[in-house]
Design a protein around this ligand. Structure first.
Ligand code: ADP
Ligand code: MG
Length: 625
């Protein structure tokens, strides 16, 4: 088949897409101290192109130069101030050059440009450029001119050169290149001549690209500069922390070391090499809609996928790493890999290994586990509520603060180990924050009796009791329930029933508060607080109401039971005034205020400022005498 390329075969000038213009403007004119990362980006692109070539040749031998060594070659010329990076990867056609080096495909790129423009982030933000799919352009930090000459592996395609000086346009022209791949020639800026020196180039390769799995040759040397190790295939005992951490940083572009690594090598039930990492810090975008997570998948050392999401359950999406399996057939398409049965076997294996590693960390390295929990505990909770089959391993990993352990996290096992002998309930409290919960009237009684209550301080916690059901025969109970029973509070041992006069106050309060509440009752558990809002029987957990409050615009506080403490002076005074029978404005105002105080303590008050007027009215009455 012959193609007519005559009209294409002329020089042409094309404008960059607007975002690229903006990006180039910043890159050309800012003085970044981290300029060396441009080489990492170009090597990473060359390595990607080589991986794609290797993959293509699994099924297609009709390619240009099928026997060429898959390698990267870098040559600096200090005299002329040039640097050349060549690869024997897939190369690019005319249209691919336009598509790949003139437009931005990645949707997050605009955000990255914005951040650079505003300089909101540290100057090191430039280091993240590769993650935004615009790594190539970093070359303009050091280049006066960049010339990309490329020839696609497709035998019918010819070579093209793309040239730009980093302003608003680039030129394309047909050229002669007999071999497959891409060559990037850089005319270095005067202040960037160091990057033409072989020692400097090697130093950058060691720093950032040591684990690239294709040989990188520098100048005319015969031995590759990089170590090219498939580190995950090495015996775990031979991988030092230093090497593994370096590999992690090169894989993820993270600054800090990982918290821990999980090195898996097995032959049954599937053959797998995997090197997984728990990062040192949580990437907060993972809590939102971030989609670019997943593990890098190799089959027999050939990279098949960069971000495979099917190798671990969703709740473990914070884990980074590499998985390599001889059992994944090479002749399947990238899409088919997703549905393979081998993959689901690998997934359950990796899940088990990961959860076992966490259990071991919790037992043997409590400080480290605490650090893990603080960053990633929320994902374990997510797992408990979404992945039923992993629950048995996940529940023991849960940690909480409690009324008896406000600074040290405890497990459910710790809780039941020191529960009262007659206790068959795990008590918990939900609230806006730890600070708010500590002040809650629901806890008074439990504190007095020294009965431990867990603090459920994250919204997701509210879903745990339902998901877990019972833990070792212990049910979960929210201490805000109206029907709460403390272990030794049998039905007979009820406090004396308040008199008829209290019932009059309750009736008055029901009238004043109307449908804001479901009932007014004397409290069995309040100690020194005058009132609390308790969840009526049959109402879903208030913790879940709190989640709804975060998500729904028109949330209104649930109808709760207002419990009054008959022994409290305010309640006693009110009881007396109501019994005296006088219509009393202060009584009604005080009832409203007691209710709203309780609402505020629950974190359900829609508009606290609105209380001020009433409080002042009460102050006026109090100061009148
Ligand atoms: P990313 O690598 O994240 O896609 P880059 O800006 O680094 O973003 O590169 C843009 C695109 O240019 C790449 O996706 C690739 O298609 C193409 N490209 C860059 N360098 C090469 C190369 N050496 N060989 C083949 N294609 C390349
Ligand atoms: Mg890139």
């Amino acid at each position: 088949m012959t193609t007519t390329v005559a009209q294409e075969e002329t020089r042409e000038t094309r404008k960059f897409q607007t975002e690229i213009k903006q990006l180039l403007d910043i890159l050309v004119h800012s003085l970044y101290s981290q300029r060396e990362i441009f080489l990492r980006e170009l090597i990473s692109n060359a390595s990607d192109a080589l991986h794609r070539m290797k993959f293509e040749m699994l099924t297609n031998r009709e390619v240009l130069d099928p026997d060429a060594e898959l390698a990267i070659r870098i040559t600096g010329d200090p005299e002329n101030g040039t640097l050349t990076i060549s690869d024997t990867g897939v190369g690019m056609t005319h249209d691919e050059l336009v598509e790949n080096l003139g437009t931005i495909a990645h949707s997050g790129a605009a955000q990255f440009i914005h951040a650079l423009q505003e300089q909101q982030q540290s100057p090191e933000a430039i280091d993240q450029i590769g993650q935004f799919g615009v790594g190539f352009y970093s070359v303009f930090m050091v280049a006066d001119e960049v010339r990309v000459t490329s020839r696609s592996y497709r035998p019918d395609e010819r070579a093209w050169t793309w040239v730009s000086t980093g302003d608003d346009a680039y030129e394309l022209m047909p050229t002669e290149k007999s071999d497959r791949g891409t060559t990037i020639e850089i005319k270095l800026k005067k202040d960037a001549l160091e990057f033409a020196e072989a020692w400097r180039i090697k130093n950058i390769i060691h720093k950032y690209s040591d684990f690239v799995t294709f040989p990188i040759y520098v100048t005319d040397e015969e031995t590759p500069v990089n170590r090219q190790q498939a580190i995950w295939r090495q015996s775990p005992s031979q991988v030092s922390d230093e090497e593994a951490n370096e590999f992690y940083r090169q894989l993820t572009l993270a600054f800090e070391d990982p918290l821990t690594r999980i090195h898996v090598q097995t032959d049954a039930p599937v053959q797998v090499y995997a090197l997984l990492f728990i990062p040192g810090k949580l990437d907060r975008t993972l809590l939102g809609l971030k989609q670019d997570y997943g593990l890098r998948l190799y089959s027999r050392k050939i990279r098949i996928q960069d971000r495979n999401k099917d190798l671990l359950p969703g709740y473990l999406r914070f884990i980074e790493g590499v998985v390599d399996s001889e059992d994944i057939p090479l002749n399947v398409s990238r899409e088919m890999v997703q549905s393979s049965r081998v993959l689901s076997k690998i997934k359950s294996l990796l899940t088990r290994k990961t959860l076992n590693a966490l259990a071991e960390m919790a037992e043997k390295e409590p400080e480290k586990y605490k650090a893990f929990w603080q960053e990633f505990g929320i994902f374990i909770k997510e797992g408990v509520t979404t992945e039923f089959k992993d629950q048995e391993k996940l529940v023991p990993l849960l940690r909480f603060y409690s009324t008896r352990s406000e600074d040290e996290l405890i497990s459910l096992a710790d809780y039941i180990a020191r529960a009262r002998p007659e206790q068959k309930v795990i008590y918990y409290i939900t609230g806006e924050s730890l600070a708010a919960m500590k002040r809650s009237p629901h806890l008074e009684y439990f504190r007095k009796e020294n009965i431990e209550v867990l603090y459920f301080d994250q919204p997701v916690d509210a879903f745990l009791p339902q998901a877990i059901g019972k833990y070792e025969e212990f049910e979960f109970q929210n201490v805000d329930r109206a029907d709460i029973k403390a272990p030794e509070q049998s039905d007979e041992a009820q406090p004396p029933k308040p008199g008829e006069d209290f019932e009059k106050l309750a009736a008055r309060a029901r009238e004043v508060l109307g449908d804001k509440i479901s009932d007014v009752r004397p409290s069995r558990i309040l100690v020194s607080a005058p009132a609390r809002l308790a969840a009526p029987e049959g109402v879903i957990d208030t913790g879940i109401q709190r989640v709804r409050r975060l998500m729904e615009d028109d949330f209104s506080a649930p109808q709760m039971v207002l419990e009054l403490n008959p022994g409290h002076p305010i309640v006693a005074n009110l009881t007396r005034r109501v019994a005296a029978g006088e219509p009393d404005d202060i009584v009604d105002t005080a009832i409203e205020q007691l209710y709203e105080d309780a609402l505020l303590l629950e974190g359900f008050h829609p508009d606290p400022a609105q209380m001020v007027e009433r409080i002042q009215k009460l102050l006026e009455a109090a100061t009148r005498a």
